[in-house]
Write a protein of this length. Sequence first.
Length: 160
Amino acid sequence: MAACMEKETMSSRPVFLAGSALLLSAFSVACHAGAPSMADRKAIIRTALDFEEGWYTADADRMARALHPVFVMRHVGTDEQRHVSILTQDIDAPELISLTRQGKGRVPAGRQRHDVTVLDTFSNAATAKIVAWYGVDYLQLAKWNGRWVIVNVLWGKNPT
């Protein structure tokens, strides 16, 4: 009986391995089917730079171009008195465009930093990260009416 069981296991092993390889291949193809084109990756980076450089240079047109109409930006921080995490700001697109126009984010060229990394994409959605002089911005983007725009930003300050 043990020999029979061993024989079944041995003969089913190649079938199992072949099935696993086929499943992994199908999964790999499915994952890459939504991979962005080089043009999309460049457009995502350009949108992130419009956001960051627009802020640094008080260019409200660049900022407006980067944002979805229902955009919101939040900051994750700490309530120093209660020592608990908090989300602050809830800045929408019109407010951020206005703050940009007022020069609230103006930074001298030598202090500007904006290293952009596209973290993930799928179909018409993407995430990106900007490492800036003040901290990090995590962007959620959508391909909206043929162009990439930022829907949400969660940012954090560098530890002091």
